[in-house]
Design a binder for this molecule. Structure first.
Ligand code: SAM
Ligand code: SF4
Length: 346
């Protein structure tokens, strides 16, 4: 549902409820209008830095169902969450993905429904997701070279994914981004190819520095490189840093007058990266995570069963949020409990 319709759908009584709810702020004055919600750990790709051997699980997990997701989102929305990103694992593998989007889109207070996807079957499905209320789309594409894409992900589908993105550009999506993990000696020399791709496409390409997780230390050591190399490329080719909006997250945006698209740089290892943190996370089994690299999750699931548990749920969320640390400790090689990013949703 478009922004304005959502707003006008909130009647005065609902507004009072929203206003009297506790707000999502932490001990360092940061606000959290953005929730990343993992809806499955399962993934069909085997990206070298994430799930190199593909997804496997020793026990069958039961992921949050539609009702639990709806109760969760309503509680967060009451406390000021405006944007929900559905992630995973691969979120689009959920058979009820469109229903989940639709239920979130009609929650009063939610202005943006986003997803991060590997784009498998994007062309076949994107129209249905947009009709359901999806407003923002991120597709992960680490290389525009088909052979390299195949070897990185285990799937020879770059052509189909790019054609899905071109189709998405014709639909009423507010913003489309490409996510690429910056990988030394793998894609770190392909910036020009990415720039050519967005010359005529209104897409933001986000390069994310490779992060160390519990499982990928050797890969990380071999392929991590500072995003400074991308910044150097951009600055020496006429791109300029865009002024940050006050509420912007940690990405730094670069624009160029000859290009419709833009570049974004996400550098979690940079100084003060965590100062602009505006996001919280809930795992596919209902654990509340204060940081991608935190020590533990706070289980919310027992309070997601009935709508009348909402006040208790909100209290647990706000109380847990007091424990959010000022920053991650990745510099000390402390990755918290995160074995790979499919675990709590990257
Ligand atoms: N499967 C979906 C996808 O790949 O878009 C969503 C989940 S995936 C974990 C979310 C994002 O995290 C992807 O853009 C992926 O490239 C990124 N990612 C995964 N592992 C990472 C790592 N170790 N460092 C940086 N980014 C990572
Ligand atoms: Fe799957 Fe996304 Fe991880 Fe790749 S990055 S293995 S697509 S969860």
């Amino acid at each position: 549902m478009p922004h304005t319709e959502v707003q006008s759908a909130i009647d005065p009584v609902d507004k009072t409820v929203l206003d009297s709810s506790p707000k999502l702020t932490d001990s360092y004055g940061r606000r959290f209008p953005y929730l990343r919600l993992s809806i499955t750990d399962v993934c069909n790709f085997s990206c070298d830095y994430c799930l190199p051997d593909g997804y496997s699980s020793t026990q069958k997990k039961s992921f949050l169902n539609g009702l639990e997701i709806s109760n969760l989102v309503k509680a967060f929305a009451d406390m000021g969450t405006e944007k929900i990103r559905l992630t995973g694992g691969e979120p689009s593998l959920r058979k009820d993905f469109s229903q989940i989007i639709a239920s979130i889109a009609k929650t009063p207070g939610i202005l943006q429904v986003a997803t991060t996807t590997n784009g498998y079957k994007l062309k076949e499905n994107i129209k249905e997701w947009v009709d359901a209320g999806l407003t923002h789309l991120n597709v992960s594409v680490d290389s525009l070279d088909p052979n390299l894409f195949h070897s990185l992900t285990g799937h020879n589908r770059l052509k189909e994914i790019l054609s899905g993105i071109d189709y998405a550009l014709t639909l009423s999506i507010k913003k489309i981004k490409l996510n690429a993990v910056l990988l030394k000696e793998i894609n770190s020399h392909q910036f020009k190819q990415f720039a050519d791709y967005i010359r005529e496409r209104k897409i933001s390409i986000r390069f994310i520095e490779l992060m160390q997780t519990g499982d990928n230390f050797d890969y990380y050591k071999k392929h991590h490189v500072s995003a400074q190399i991308l910044k150097n490329f951009l600055l020496s080719n006429g791109w300029t840093e865009k002024l940050r909006e006050k509420s912007a997250g940690p990405a730094i945006e670069y624009v160029h007058p000859d290009y419709q698209g833009s570049f974004g740089v996400i550098a979690p290892y940079s100084k003060d990266f965590c100062d602009t943190c505006n996001r919280l996370r809930v795992s596919s089994t209902g654990d509340f995570h204060l940081c991608l690299f935190g020590e533990k999750g706070y289980s919310l699931r027992h309070l997601l069963q009935k709508p009348d548990q909402k006040d208790e749920l909100k209290k647990l969320i706000v109380d847990s949020l007091r424990n959010k640390r000022k920053q991650h400790f990745l510099h000390d090689l402390d990755t918290g409990i995160t074995p790979n990013l499919s675990f709590i949703g990257g």
